[in-house]
Design a protein around this ligand. Sequence first.
Ligand code: ADP
Ligand code: MG
Length: 701
Amino acid sequence: MNYILETPITYLKGVGPRKATVLEKEIGVKTFEDLLYYFPFRYVDKSRIFKVKDINSDSTYFQLRGKISMLNSVGDKRSRYITAKFTDDTGSIGLVWFRGLKWIKERFLPSKEYLLFGKPSIFKNSFNFVHPEIEDLIPDEEIVAGQHLEGIYSSTEKLKNSGMGSRGLTKLLKQLLTQSGESISESLPKYIVEHYKLLDKKSALYNIHFPENQAIIKKAEERLKFDELFYLQLQILLNKRLTKQKSTGFVFDSVGENFNEFFSKHIPFKLTNAQKRVIKEIRSDLKSGKQMNRLLQGDVGSGKTMVALMNALIAIDNGFQTCIMAPTEILAHQHYNSISNMLKDMDLKIDLLTGSTKKAKRTKIHEGIESGDLKILIGTHAIIEDTVKFKNLGFAVIDEQHRFGVAQRAKLWKKNKIPPHILVMTATPIPRTLAMTVYGNLDVSIIDELPPGRKSIKTSHHFEKSRLRVLGFMREQIKKGRQIYVVYPLISESEKMDLKNLMDGFANMVHDFPAPEYLVSVLHGKMKADEKDYEMQRFVEGKTNILVSTTVIEVGVDVPNASVMIIENAERFGLSQLHQLRGRVGRGAEQSYCLLMSGYKISNEGRKRLEVMVSTTDGFVIAEEDLKLRGPGDLQGTKQSGLLDFKIASITKDSDLMLKTRKIAEHILEKDPQLSDPKNTIIRQELSIKLKNKANWGKIS
Ligand code: ADP
Ligand code: MG
């Protein structure tokens, strides 16, 4: 990057202040460089001229050669538009303009031939072109001599009106490269360019806009993607090093009474090897003297809570308090119940704080927290409110973190002068390449093993016509003593409609499973906290057979006797949500089932999601598929950070290159941590510019 390219776009010949404003407003192009990095989204063969009779689709671009006639103003003063005919030796096709009418009317001569370029639309069962790009005919020899592939740039209505449709932009780019192309400088050291056989930067930028053949487009793309991914990985690594250096943390150097007593007397099962490994990983962070920021990924049911608890006990053994924050009241309750149950024979004060904790109780908890008496506080985001002042919070656990905003996490940090060690737990695994990027600052531990004896959940997809069979299956399971979840999605725009769907479903269930033989309960977000608790508790205790619910049960709820999950309108759910929901069953020793119910009309993507669910229970495979189907979306605030705003690379499609550039970056920093070797000077310069302008690191994990 260099400074000529930072020139404001108004200095480009052909761009005046008016065009400059439109460029900035519409596509964010302010400088030469911005325009240079506005890449075509596809290429068409420019030498190819179609005939009017060839037009058979509204999904591709066509270039035609012919005459324009019958220009007509249509409509009244309020909505006037112009129609015309474009004719070649095989027929005619309609043209329409809604804006720039005066100019259009005066522009075309009936005797002259023009080149028309555009994507047809269908109107009243026939094709026409709305606002096509029209140029004077280029003399034949120029078409032959020039390059044949033409980049297509996405344009907007406003750009087109200012003469900057795809071809208009092409012209500007040509101008830019003529005017300043020579000042494009290399951004990678020579040894990298040579070793990886990359195009040099200048040719990559020329060829991405004005390629001669498909092969060179590939090379140009590869080079530009390499740039983006390599510098991204370097920044991540450097940033990680920086956070590590500056963050002093509490030292938990002893394993004491509480941990030992729990481990020898009260732990209800044998830890899996994965749990043991991860507890050790965390343990070594806790005594390192640096603040821990660790992400614990483990599929649903893999036993993350126990890992959190064991390390919480170590914190307490070292004289600190701990807290566990869950995203919903139901989940907070459940953690509270199971943890206080496991610790019931130990002398440890533990309490629960949520939004619906009563005033008197709340005051008592605040006191316990301030005096240091209360050792484990479990709750919802209520525990990060400013009124909650820990005496010495040493270890904080955030469960199912995708539900929490980044700002909320930051708040936890500020509870002490020295920030507590933080363990973030999630059952929504994300693919490695993404984790590497999104959680650049976190260390990652993975539980890749389920407790023994779990049977894989059988998943199947059913259409409405199988409803009777499904009901029969439910009766059979209830007879065996199992419990069932039936989940309804939040689908419609209005909450009222959703509630109605759910309540209709509930009414049907009550009808099909009448009392007193069966008991059906219902749970949804609009209920009062104590009502929710009551219903949930009845289900947990096995008092009801069927729980009809919205996705409020999505995260964390643990009822081992529930072995059937029925998801209504399953095609409406995203993959990770389906996976979470399915994870509510398969927690006991019984064979569990997940039945995905859907209507007949399903989008391709919806169908694909259901297929993925039926074919695998592996959370990581599902995460990969999800990423492919959906793209990264706004994971962990990455959108605000601008971190994944790639111009050309794709986090889903270029994961190989991502891993490759990561390795290269690691290797370079290992050999030359300060980037002081002269051969890396280019890297240092390039980085300093990027760090100045780009990602907002504070906004991510
Ligand atoms: P998640 O990782 O989804 O949060 P939980 O911590 O809720 O999983 O654990 C799921 C269930 O498995 C709980 O009932 C828990 O008691 C049980 N569990 C956890 N670890 C083990 C283990 N090592 N052996 C047997 N059961 C376990
Ligand atoms: Mg959990």
